[in-house]
Design a binder for this molecule. Structure first.
Ligand code: CO
Ligand code: CO
Length: 317
């Protein structure tokens, strides 16, 4: 790409940014992002909700407030009933409303495989902008949703569990990251990113590289959806988890029991759809942050710490 040198493009040097940040005044900036994908669940309304929550998440990860949304939909209009497209769009719409944003348009394309997502524009006070690049040694790492959405989706596709058994994972993916985001702006944190396709390990690695530090994770403290361990043991593992782990293996040091190692690492490498926020914040702010989350009915789990060390190195104990 040619040099991106517009001084109003505030995070032009940030390689792993969740969204682009563009200054529009002395104090405010736009936070812009786009995300769309193929169905992750069978129910079209749930797919719409999940795709919208996922697209909104990159704005939340940077501490922004979603303002406007544009739909992007690809649909096989000649072989699937229109009601399915309507249900997808209605799911997305309901999430946009819940986020307090406004749907201002969209674009559709005829395609053999359905795809749906949104482009979101948010607003952020520049002094409240959160990036992945300023975590500090000693910071606590908090994760706001359990892991395992890729493994559970694979298990549903493989008929190992029913969509009903996976309902709590569907609701988890459809949940907005609004509360954890507002809480982090209120409390003040060092850094944040959201956990999506590159998994907890991959997105933590990006945050660590950007911040030039290392991390230690406590495996037993990491929240994991019900049935994930059983499904991993049965080999219900998405291809993306293997690719993520292959990419990350050189940067990981496992200090748990050897028997647990491979199942644990593949779970930590599971690609997430609409995963939680991973927040780095100082020890003094931890209690307040968890309290604000609780107040808002959201969850937060202390899963590890930022430490000094070779940038990007992750130790799992
Ligand atoms: Co992101
Ligand atoms: Co994204």
């Amino acid at each position: 790409m040619p040099a991106l040198d517009d001084p109003n493009y505030l995070n032009r040097e940030q390689h792993f940014a969740d969204a682009g940040v563009y200054r529009i005044s002395e104090t405010q900036a736009l936070v812009q992002t786009v995300d769309f994908f193929t169905p992750i669940v069978d129910d079209p309304y749930d797919f719409g909700r999940i795709a919208a929550a996922n697209a909104l998440s990159d704005v939340y990860a940077m501490g922004g407030k979603p303002l406007t949304a544009l739909n992007i939909i690809c649909f096989p209009i000649s072989c699937l009933p229109l009601e399915i497209m309507e249900a997808i769009l209605r799911g997305g719409y309901d999430k946009i409303i819940e986020a307090g944003a406004v749907l201002v348009g969209g674009h559709s394309v005829e395609d053999n495989e359905p795809k749906y997502g949104l482009s979101i524009t948010g607003l952020v006070d520049i002094d409240q902008l959160v990036t992945g690049g300023s975590a500090k040694a000693g910071d606590c790492l908090v994760l706001t949703k359990p892991l395992g959405t890729g493994i559970i989706a694979t298990a549903v596709k493989g008929d190992m569990i029913s969509p009903e058994e996976a309902a709590c994972v569907t609701e988890g993916m459809a949940a907005l990251n609004a509360a954890p985001s507002e809480a982090m702006v209120k409390v003040g944190v060092s850094a944040c990113t959201d956990i999506t396709g590159f998994s907890l390990l991959g997105h933590l690695y990006e945050l660590l590289l950007s911040s030039q530090c290392a991390a230690e994770l406590d495996y037993k403290q990491i929240p994991i959806y019900p049935l994930v361990k059983e499904m991993v043991a049965m080999g219900m593992i998405p291809g993306g988890a293997y690719r993520n782990l292959e990419y990350m293996r050189a940067h990981i040091s496992w200090q748990g029991t050897p028997e647990e190692k491979e199942d644990a690492l593949i779970t930590l490498a599971d690609p997430q759809t609409s995963g939680g926020l991973l927040v780095a914040l100082s020890e003094e702010k931890l209690e307040q942050y968890l309290a604000v989350l609780k107040e808002r009915g959201a969850e937060g789990h202390l899963i590890g710490r930022i430490i000094t060390g070779s940038p990007g190195q992750i130790t799992v104990v």
